[in-house]
Design a protein around this ligand. Structure first.
Ligand code: OAD
Length: 263
């Protein structure tokens, strides 16, 4: 793939000098690993109803259906690997003092790639807890794919530790994400439609606090108006190219007019 985006002097200088970069990621960064997105034409919400599968009401109405869907998604994750976009963000840590990834994804692919500071806004698919008493539930591998287990303490139904529609985000995680957005000198927005709040507010917060905003998305309408640069490509190509370019800018001072390297 060819990347020929010309970066403005402002963007080049920021990339050459920034010591704090925050990255908001969404389902698009994992698409090339084989994890489906939500709102693309072949995404999960084109085939399934979110209110049935991703809400407490849906779970209580049909716990088996919801449990089976999450077990299926867990099994999908067993056979996928982080892709070059996840790995590029690990490389970025070698170039910049502070890299904080704020992810809406529940697939743990950033951690599996080796990123050190990952804030999971929407929980994760690995863990479970009791929907009645809230105690964490340790799955010893014996959980039935068809029926949610029962809590050993109170008998309540066990649910996945993901945030469902209508539920608040973990307050400490969102506070850390907001702090990272406020502190960031560069804020990357990768593979998200920016339709789900409060995560979708973070690019605006970063922009208001003076961050340089760069969006990577093959269909980059979500935050187009506040982005200082838009790379309208898949993350698996664009992020490695961008990180390679950041390394080059930091080595040279970022003063020369450049285009991103071709791939
Ligand atoms: P969406 O499915 O809403 O958006 C995915 C975005 O990724 C779209 O803008 C695509 O254009 C883009 N995209 C697709 N392939 C890509 C690629 N290879 N590289 C880069 N971008 C690509 O997913 P999210 O924005 O993550 O929440 O959705 C946010 C939340 O909505 C999810 O965390 C989930 C969902 O309901 C909960 O379950 C709470």
């Amino acid at each position: 793939m060819e990347l020929t985006t010309t970066l403005s002097e402002h963007v080049r200088t920021r990339l050459a000098r920034a010591e704090r970069i925050a990255v908001l990621t969404g389902a698009g960064i994992s698409a090339e690993s084989g994890v489906p997105t939500f709102r693309d034409p072949d995404g999960l919400w084109a085939r399934f109803r979110p209110e049935e599968l991703a809400s407490m009401e849906g779970f209580l109405a049909n716990p088996e259906r919801v449990w089976q869907w999450y077990q299926h998604r867990r099994h999908v994750l067993e056979s996928v690997q982080p892709n070059p976009a996840h790995r590029a963000l690990v490389q970025l840590e070698n170039l910049v003092g502070e890299v904080i990834i704020i992810t809406q994804n529940v697939d743990r692919l950033h951690q599996r790639a080796g990123s050190h500071r990952v804030l999971e806004l929407h929980g994760n698919l690995e863990d479970n807890y009791c929907s009645a008493c809230g105690r964490p539930y340790c799955d010893d591998g014996s959980a039935d794919d068809r029926l949610p287990p029962r809590c050993p303490s109170c008998g309540g139904l066990i649910r996945p530790a993901v945030v469902w529609f209508g539920e608040p985000l973990p307050a400490d995680v969102f506070a850390a994400a907001e702090r990272a957005a406020r502190r960031a000198e560069v804020f990357l927005v990768v593979g998200t439609s920016c339709q789900v709040y409060p995560a979708a507010a973070l690019p605006q917060i970063a922009w208001e606090c003076g961050a340089t905003i760069i969006e990577i998305n093959p269909l980059p309408k979500p935050i187009g108006s506040i982005a200082h640069a838009v790379l309208p490509h898949k993350a698996g190509s664009a992020l490695p190219a961008l990180v390679e370019h950041i390394a080059w800018l930091r080595a040279t001072g970022g003063t020369e007019q450049t285009t991103l390297p071709q791939r």
